[in-house]
Design a protein around this ligand. Structure first.
Ligand code: SF4
Ligand code: SF4
Length: 171
């Protein structure tokens, strides 16, 4: 499997493949969800070790992460600051008690590495979440990140081959 890791190229290919990807998403919705999950998880296991997240860091640069109360408490304790200070420095509070990190790239990213790695938030731990079930119910979110995450890009492209999907012919 040829792995693509260049973010500019991935962004460009995502633009070129917009129509093709819409068609692929519609096809995936008609497939057996458990069979798709098995394929995605298998491909994810093959792709993930071939991509060095510390050379990418793009999710930490371009996503607003949700933070729970408990996670904020843990991070504040780890940083040895008060919870009030943590909230002022790092969080933005939305409606319904929702809290998100207040800046992009994330304040805890340094040289493409997470400086609170052991205490990072659930959203960070899970991303890009291809190991989770119900891939076909999460297609909107997955495809929203196809142009920014090399793991997602490569797994989706390999999934096209695995499912014998016919790509658009070049115009
Ligand atoms: S907390 Fe760490 S893993 Fe999460 S977005 Fe920030 S730098 Fe990335
Ligand atoms: S999870 Fe994806 S976007 Fe985040 S660092 Fe790894 S390859 Fe890059």
């Amino acid at each position: 499997m040829l792995i693509q890791t260049s973010l500019p190229l991935i962004e460009q290919m995502a633009l070129e493949r917009e129509t093709e990807n819409q068609r692929f998403v519609e096809e995936l919705k008609t497939m057996n969800s458990e069979e798709v999950d098995a394929k995605v998880q298998q491909l994810n296991t093959a792709v993930e070790p071939q991509i060095n997240c510390t050379q990418c860091g793009n999710c930490c640069k371009s996503l607003m992460v949700n933070v729970t109360n408990e996670e904020a408490d843990n991070a504040a304790t780890h940083l040895e600051i008060t919870r009030e200070e943590f909230d002022t420095r790092y969080l933005e509070k939305g409606s319904h008690e929702l809290m998100i990190m207040n800046r992009m790239p994330c304040a805890f990213l340094s040289n493409n590495a997470c400086t609170i790695y052991e205490h990072r938030f659930a959203g960070c731990r899970e991303f890009p979440a291809l190991h989770l079930p119900h891939f076909t119910r999460r297609l909107f979110t997955v495809m929203m990140h196809y142009n920014r995450c090399p793991i997602i890009f490569n797994v989706v492209e390999a999934l096209k081959t695995e499912t014998s999907f016919l790509p658009n012919l070049p115009e």
